[in-house]
Design a binder for this molecule. Sequence first.
Ligand code: IPE
Ligand code: IPE
Ligand code: MG
Length: 227
Amino acid sequence: MSIKDNIDPTRLPQHIAVIMDGNGRWAKGLGKLRVFGHKNGVSAVREVLEGAIEIGIPYLTLYAFSSENWNRPKLEVRALMELLISSLTKELKTFQKNGVRLNAIGNLSDLPQNIQKTLTETIEATRNNSKCTLTLALSYGSRVEIIDATKKIAAQLAQGTITAEDITESLFSQHLYTADLPDPDLMIRTSGEQRISNYLLWQMAYTELWFSPKMWPEFNRNDLYEA
Ligand code: IPE
Ligand code: IPE
Ligand code: MG
């Protein structure tokens, strides 16, 4: 019996959020450059996405680039951006074939123009797919997201379109980047680090946390099923 057969289909998480960590360490362990780890991280993304679709997970959210990651060496940042654009272009066919709707959260206007364009095009092209919503967190930071929501609500308050009593958990959630997504039921972080790293702080109030010792490029669908 495989791990997959042990999964109770009535108790599946609806939304899995992932912190894909350990690309650099994995590459270093093989005597390679960090960028080699990021390249192999893309295969793990494909593997986990396919695995999620196979068991019927409707929402998968991947932390692909944090707002803090801009502080990494220029060359690494550029390599990550290039990988992102080439993967989006390459995967469009698979998204269509597997019913994947692409979505993105974060401070997207920080991203290079060509990435913003490809992202918008891919999101548009996949908008009617309904098997799985794949959300990429890009230039994402949860504290900034919470501040952005607060500013939007403050502006409405100042205009008098709402009163202080209207500010509820539900109203607040509607102003986050994740307004259209259910809160994650499960959060997976690879590489053995047990941190949240400014990821979905509001949304993970009740999320179960799963830390895998595997580096992200080694993580496969059976690891997902185990989680
Ligand atoms: C995760 O792997 C990928 C990104 C953050 C983009 P890391 O690049 O953080 O790899 P480690 O943690 O240094 O091994
Ligand atoms: C978190 O990983 C961000 C992503 C996976 C994109 P990091 O490797 O950047 O996080 P810290 O710095 O170790 O907390
Ligand atoms: Mg890391």
